[in-house]
Design a protein around this ligand. Sequence first.
Ligand code: SAM
Length: 282
Amino acid sequence: MSGKLYVVGTPIGNLSDFSERGKEALEKADFIAAEDTRVTVKLLNHFGIKKEMVSYYEHNKRDKGEFIINRILKGESCALVSDAGMPAISDPGEELVRAAHEAGVTVESVPGPCALVTALAISGMPSGRFCFEGFLSVNKISRRKHLNELKDEKRTMIFYEAPHKLPATLKDMLAAFGDRRAALVRELTKIHETVFRTTLSGAAEYYEQNPPKGEFVLIIEGKQEEEEVCSLENAAELAKKLMNGGSSLSSAAKEAAEATGVKKSEIYKILLDSKKADDREK
Ligand code: SAM
């Protein structure tokens, strides 16, 4: 009988956030697939766990993935971890999880902190509908293309970003989206955890002067609905009121058009039709 693949979330800063189930999963598994064994060994040492580790990262994931799945199929259980947070979320793991499903291996969740969800929850930004965009490309052209594709996105957008790229990214966001509300959430669960609620221009200006340090999640407001266009009926109503106040039909149509953005000719036609109807009744 095959073993299981446990997908284990680990702390994103504060080690006290590691769950009992997370620790148990690492203790019980036959081996741990870790993004960086030098990082995970610190977590294991902190909790007094001794376990075989297999490195599983971006550049060895094909060969190591097969090796890991074969071991699981032979009956061993594996706990998958990344350096911090949930594996497979802007971290290695997605392919291994897929391969496990395809091989008929049971995948079990052992959830832990995830920076994007934690940042959104404390940002005070609209959280009803959001999209996660991960890291932007280091390539300037691809980064700008990606942002440009998002300019009409209405949902709150969440990005991960490295501090050294933050000033350039903020400027590109400002160029693509215009000045929007933004929350820059920094150093989650650590001593210097902060939520900087500002605008894209405010953030760009601030980080131009103050070099960013630490880990960041960027939460950017989605595109706001255009102001509702006034209906033709309401515009005609306004024009009729103007006529009752003494304006001529033509100037009432003109004034109502200017005030509402509705075409003057359309308002004019309605006023004319209703005048004709009134004249017939007399
Ligand atoms: N798998 C992780 C998760 O579940 O959130 C994300 C890993 S990704 C390689 C690392 C990025 O996540 C960082 O560059 C930063 O954008 C964000 N991040 C991770 N830990 C963070 C923290 N403590 N505070 C703020 N952002 C954090």
